[in-house]
Structure formats: structure tokens, C-alpha cells
Design a protein around this ligand. Structure first.
Ligand SMILES: [Zn+2]
Length: 212
């Protein structure tokens, strides 16, 4: 090994983003924005990859280990992770001024996804099947909002099994991974929010296929 190579090894910067598949091969990758099967009805990502800040990826690994311990056989099915800022601008242009605007972050402060610090995900069971959460991923409406779950359960609009499955996902992400849940999307979790997020990271616009 030459001295220059050693120097390179010692001083190489930590990767900005890591690929979830390199952290746990069991993760199911189902990135809808890499297909036209999404609310935009167009392919927004060149590749189906879940990229995250290294620390956020480690948290996701802990969420999976929580499932391994408490709900053996279930695995995390990843729907969206780091989202380049230019894609946020594309989404905003479509939803701005429509009822869907409430479900897409304004690109000026940015979405937590733009920082590489948010994950959209669900569960797959031991047979590899997506677990029923009462609505599909990216369903825009009260039925997808955790803050209304108890009422929707009483009204018979969500089943006990669907609410229990959402709780399993939340427990894994919050208790196991240390993520924060949000009140209006059952699939979305933030590693950090607000000032803590901005103190730690900046918005990125690296294309998904540009990361090694
Ligand atoms: Zn999200």
C-alpha cells in the first residue's frame, strides 16, 4: 500500500448519504417516485434507492432490530428516503393552490426528506406481503392521519388490525429507532425536526444516481 493511498484512506470524508440496502439487505425497497405509480403520475427519480444520512441510516437499522426482537418476521418496506430539492420544487409546482398542498412541504424551508433525514415506510410480513395499514401510502385524507385513528376506529372506518399494524410500525420507528412520528401521515418519520435538523444538516440536491 502506498503512502498516498493510506493518506486517502485516513482522510477520505465520511459519505454524505448511505444506501439503506448496504445497512440491512432485508429492507424491502419500494420507491414509488422511481415509477409512475405515485400522486404525481410520473417518474421523478432515475433509480429506486433509499439514501439517508449515515446517522439516520443507523437509526433505521435499530428500528429493524426492534422488529426482530418484538415482532419477529416483519421487515421495513421503504417508500421514500432522501429526496433531492429539485424534485421537491417539481412536486410543489403541481400541488400549489390545490387541496393536496397540505401534504407536500414548501420547498423554501424544505421537506425533511430534502435533508436526507426523513423516511416514508411501511411493514412487510414474513411472507413479504405489504401489511394493510387502512390506506395506501401517500393517501391524502383524514383516514391516513394518526391524530384521527381512535375516532376512525370507533366509527368502524379503520379496523383494530389496521390500527395495531400502524402502532407496530410507530413502536419500531419511535421506540426502536428514535424517530419522531407526525400527526398527519402514518408512513412518515423524521430523525430530527426544526432547529435541531437545520443545525445538523443542510438541504441537498445531489441526484439519486450520483451517490456511489
Ligand atoms: Zn414523508
Amino acid at each position: 500500500m502506498t503512502v498516498s493511498f493510506l493518506t486517502l484512506m485516513l482522510f477520505a470524508p465520511a459519505p454524505v448519504l448511505v444506501d439503506a440496502k448496504d445497512l440491512d439487505v432485508r429492507f424491502v425497497i419500494d420507491i414509488r417516485y422511481a415509477t409512475s405509480d405515485n400522486f404525481m403520475h410520473q417518474k421523478l427519480y432515475p433509480v429506486a434507492r433509499c439514501l439517508l444520512r449515515p446517522e439516520v441510516g443507523a437509526m433505521l437499522g435499530r428500528a429493524q432490530r426492534y422488529l426482530d426482537q418484538h415482532h419477529h418476521g416483519y421487515v421495513l418496506m421503504l417508500k421514500d428516503c432522501y429526496r433531492p430539492h429539485s424534485v421537491q420544487l417539481q412536486m410543489w409546482a403541481v400541488v400549489k393552490g390545490t387541496p393536496q398542498q397540505a401534504y407536500v412541504a414548501d420547498p423554501t424551508p424544505g421537506s425533511v426528506h430534502n435533508f436526507g433525514a426523513a423516511v416514508d415506510l411501511t411493514l412487510a410480513d414474513a411472507g413479504g406481503h405489504e401489511v394493510d395499514m387502512g390506506t395506501p401510502y401517500d393517501f391524502f385524507g383524514p383516514l391516513a392521519e394518526p391524530r384521527h385513528e381512535e375516532r376512525l376506529l370507533k366509527e368502524g372506518k379503520l379496523t383494530a388490525a389496521e390500527v395495531a399494524a400502524r402502532k407496530m410500525l410507530r413502536d419500531a420507528m419511535v421506540k426502536g429507532g428514535g424517530f419522531k412520528a407526525i400527526p398527519n401521515e402514518w408512513w412518515h418519520f423524521d430523525a430530527w425536526q426544526g432547529k435541531a435538523l437545520r443545525a445538523k444538516y443542510e438541504i441537498l440536491d445531489v441526484p439519486l444516481d450520483a451517490i456511489r
